[in-house]
Structure formats: C-alpha cells, structure tokens
Ligand binder design. Structure first.
Ligand code: C2O
Ligand code: CU
Ligand code: CU
Length: 553
C-alpha cells in the first residue's frame, strides 16, 4: 500500500511539469526497495568488461545514409569481435559496419539493397516504421540464398528508437538469436532540442543499451518447452558485452534501451550497490518522446519494446557504484500444465508444477521445466555497473515539455476484441494461428479502431506488436498486482504506456485497450490493399503461429 502510493507519486511528478531530475546520492531519496542483485553481478568475476559503446563504424556503428543507397548483407559473422554467429554488414564512405544503427531524418528517402548470404531464406523487417507492405518485410516475400531485395521508402516516423530484424515465418527466432538485429534512430526537431538542452552526445552521454540474453555457444536450439515459454538465456549481454560496466561522470546520461531478447521480460531499475534505489526520468517509449518526462522508480520492458531514460548522476560521489538491474518479479507463466507437458514431450507433471523459487513468489522454475536456462525469468540480477569516476558541474535543465503528441481520437471508433490463449499445443489469437496469405483482421483505411486485447488467466505475458502503425494505450483492466502497483492514472496505465507504442505487454488475466488510426500515407506505394502483421513478439510464440495477418483496404 505504502509502496504503491509512493510509486504513484514517483511516476506523476513529470506529468505535473516538474522538470527537476531525481538526484542520485541524495540522502533523502525515496527508499525501501532492496534486492540482492549486487551479489550476483558477474558471479565470480566482479570486475566485468567495459560496456561496448557504439561509435561511427563497426558493431552497431551509426550509419547516416543521407539519401545514399546502402547495401546491407546478412551473412555469417566470421568476425571475432562479434560473439554470435550471424551479422548484418554494410559499408559507407570507407567505413565498415556490423549490425549498423541507421540514423535517419523524417522525410528522408531510405534505399537499402539487401543481400542474403545466409544458407537459408530471410527478409528484413523495419520494426515500428510506417511503410507499405512491400517495404515492411513481414515474411510474405522471402529472399532466398544469394538473392537480393530492394527497399525504398520515405521515413515517415517521429524521432525515436526503432529497430530491424529478420521476419521469415518459422525461422525468425533462430535468425534473430544468432545475431541479426540492429537499431534505427530517427532524429527530429524535438530530439535535437532535447540533445542540445542537456548537452547529450551520442556515444558519450547518450548510449543505446541493447539487451539480449544468451546461452553458451552460438547455436539456437529451442526445445519443445522453449517453444511454449520462449527461449531464455542465462547471460544478459548489453551491446554484446557480458558483465558490462561503464565509467561515468556526475552529470545526466541518456540511455536508450531496446529489449532484443527472444522472450525475456525485464523489470528495470537503478540502485546503488548498497541497495538505495535511484529513480530515473522516462522520456520516451517505442514511438519517440513523451509529452512530458515521467519520474519512475522502475519499469517493465518486454521484448521489442524501447525505453528512453535519463539518469541524473550530478549528486553522486566520485567512487560510487550504481547498478542497472532487473528486479525480482513473478513471470506469471500460468499456462495449462497438461498441455505444456504434452508439448514438452514427457517432462513430468511434478516438474511442470510451476514451483516457486523464494526469490520471485509465483515464478515458474524454468530450470526444473527443462528450459535450459540457469536464469529464470523474474529472477533478480544486476545488468550493468555504472562507476562514477569524474566530477563535472553542468548547468543543464530538463525541459518540462518534450514533444507534442496529439492523442488518437477514438471517439466513435469500432472495437475489435482479440483474445490471447493457448489451445491444442499452440499459442493463439482469437483461437487462430497464422496461415500465410490469410488476413483474419480486415480494416478500412482511414478508420480508427480500438482493440480490446484480453489475455486469459491460464496464459503467460504476451508482448503484442502491430506492424505499420503506432497506437495509444487507452487503458489496462484487471491487471495483476505487480502491474497495478505501477499505474500512473485512473485508467490503469503505466508510465511506459504513455506516448506512441508499437508493442504492448499483456499479462495473464489482463485486458488492454488500444486505439489505432489506420490512415495510410497518400503515396502511390500505399495504393491498393496493404497487409501487415499483428503478433506476439516472444519470437518462439511468433514462429509458432501467434500471429495474424491484418488487411487494410
Ligand atoms: Cu519486430 Cu513482426 O516484428
Ligand atoms: Cu513458463
Ligand atoms: Cu506470446
């Protein structure tokens, strides 16, 4: 009770326009949240390795096409600098990139000649971008080995962090896990204002954090149980670094977080090594900057979602150490044991009985379920160590207003019910699984719809993603306690529901209502029927058919 009202308070200051950041190291920081994660940071190797921070070439390097044609190639990585099997490579002006970060401006034309040097078919999907079906790369068309595909579209999105990854139906999880994903950064006027008012410099004080959990080895071998629950790794890499640390100064940092994991959800928070929580400012989500910053103690981040975060270290002391951690939570894998056991092929009933480890009440013991991960979902762990090394005095101030974001007008919109559940060995949407060429969801272009996404009680959380359009989260109903405790308004929404979204996590027993404006751009490429995908971004669920085609005509 005390805790939930404190969180409500924490997450509402920003909305009141109070443009002051919480200061790390202040003795009166709201406290009370402790977790044992410091103890398990890197296990026996507490020194860790420096966080890889992308520059303007090589891995995750920032590539500005500025209208020029980019050749992007999917191939085996063959590069010792990358810890996984596959990579996207590109070259521009003599620089070589691995999984480049495309840096784009609204209105610019993006031309990418994609080259498939994998031994299997693939295709690139631009996650979160407003593109026509031909450029969406949803898997309706595949590029075979040795073939090319030409993308050509205008950048039509707000400033924000988007990303790209493969989308060949049934093989997406394996290709993404083996290393195929990259970032897209769109810079608009609001972005530039934010950067200049806080003196943020990409690569120094503005740093992407790409979370990806891995098992030992480079291979992807999902068991039948993994296909039900999602593939969990036992090590979390950030920007490819295991046990990462970052040396920081006493100033404001911007972290742009993408959860590129196949299946794992994180409950992110900052704390000192002695356990004192450090609130942060949430300034953006999937579709760019919020209207106003939101002060938060923590935030859930499911697969494919993005968080844009400011952390103020101006009152931290030199020598102090902080952690970005994932806190303990109940992963709520409440799917029917009988069916799951049948699919898992002989995992015995007792082991499937959703044992509860003491660290996370209600958590399923995934190790006991043969998930092959020594790091169950919902277990606490430090993910990144921040070492305060330098004193700096900067007179920067966070603007109270970040962007203009007119809400989608959903008055009079028709409502479409969508139910998420498990039956006959498959995760389903409205009792259906994906069939290539079918579009069970048909929408009129230019219409606004509300979608009522309801997840059954005996289910697990599903991160629902819609291609081609961003949506507003209107409300959450019957949320589990650990989610309801984070709500910031009377509609049950979380700070992370604000702003434009393309992926939303729906917990068991929960109903989430979203509003979508199906207006398509006037350009000729959008003439005629357009087909998009609506699916769970748990990649094992997506590959297993928890996806429906959406026709916009
Ligand atoms: Cu991240 Cu169907 O996409
Ligand atoms: Cu499970
Ligand atoms: Cu799912």
């Amino acid at each position: 009770m005390i805790r939930s009202s404190r969180r409500k308070f924490l997450c509402s200051l920003g909305a009141l326009g109070l443009a002051t950041l919480p200061r790390a190291g202040r003795p009166d920081d709201p406290g009370g949240i402790t977790s044992p994660s410091g103890a398990n940071f890197c296990g026996a190797a507490p020194q860790g390795s420096p966080l890889f921070v992308p520059g303007d070439n090589a891995f995750l390097g920032r590539l500005r096409p500025a209208g020029a044609l980019v050749r992007l190639r999917a191939a085996s990585s063959g590069d010792a600098a990358v810890s996984w099997a596959l990579a996207y490579t590109a070259e521009r002006e003599g620089r070589r990139y691995i999984n480049p970060t495309f840096v784009l401006q609204p209105g610019e034309r993006l031309r990418v000649d994609f080259d498939n040097a994998l031994p299997e078919p693939t295709i690139v999907h631009w996650h979160g971008l407003t593109v026509d079906t031909r450029n969406d790369g949803a898997g309706l068309t595949l590029v075979s080995r040795g073939e090319q595909y030409a993308y050509d579209f205008e950048v039509r999105n707000r400033g924000g962090l988007y990303w790209y990854h493969p989308h060949p139906h049934g093989a997406t999880a394996g290709q993404a896990y083996r290393g195929l994903f990259g970032l897209i950064e769109i810079e608009d006027a609001d972005e530039r204002t934010l950067r200049s008012s806080l003196d943020l410099q990409p690569g120094r004080t503005e740093i992407p954090l790409v979370l990806h959990d891995r098992r030992p080895g480079k291979d992807y071998a999902a068991s039948a149980a993994d296909q039900v629950h999602g593939f969990l790794g036992d090590t979390v890499l950030i920007n490819g670094t295991a046990c990462p640390y970052l040396d920081v100064a006493t100033r404001i940092y911007r972290f742009r977080v993408l959860n590129a994991s196949n299946a794992r959800t994180y409950r992110l928070a900052f704390r000192t090594v002695t356990g004192k929580p450090i609130p942060f400012m949430l300034i953006g989500t999937d579709g760019g900057l919020l209207r106003a910053p939101q002060l938060c103690a923590e935030a859930f981040l499911s697969v494919a979602e993005r968080l844009d975060v400011l952390l103020d270290l101006s009152e931290a002391s030199v020598g102090e150490t902080l952690h970005l951690e994932t806190r303990a939570f109940d992963p709520m894998h409440m799917e029917m044991p009988h069916e799951a056991a049948a699919v898992a092929g002989g995992v015995d009933q007792a082991a499937m009985g959703h044992a509860m480890p003491p660290s996370a009440p209600g958590a399923v013991d995934h190790a006991a379920m043969g998930h092959g991960s020594g790091f169950p979902e919902g277990a606490p762990r430090a993910l990144l160590e921040l070492r305060v090394r330098e004193r700096l005095v900067l007179g920067t101030k966070l603007p109270g207003h970040l962007s203009s974001l007119p809400p989608i007008d959903a008055s009079g919109a028709a409502e479409r019910p969508l139910r998420l559940g498990y039956a006959k060995g498959r995760w389903r949407i409205n009792d259906r699984v994906f069939v290539m060429g079918e579009t069970p969801i048909e929408v009129k272009r230019g219409s606004v719809e509300t979608w009522l996404i309801r997840n059954y009680f005996n289910s697990m959380p599903h991160a629902m993603h819609l291609h081609g359009f961003h949506f507003d989260v209107l409300e959450r109903q019957t949320s589990p306690e650990q989610i309801a405790a984070l709500k910031v308004d009377e509609r049950g929404r979380l700070a992370t529901d604000l702003g434009r979204k393309d992926t939303v996590l729906v917990w068991p027993g929960e109903t989430v209502r979203i509003a979508i404006d199906f207006t398509l751009p006037k350009a000729a490429s959008f003439a005629g029927d357009q087909v998009y995908m609506f699916h769970c971004h748990n990649l094992e669920h997506e590959d297993g058919g928890m996806m429906l085609g959406v026709k916009v005509s």
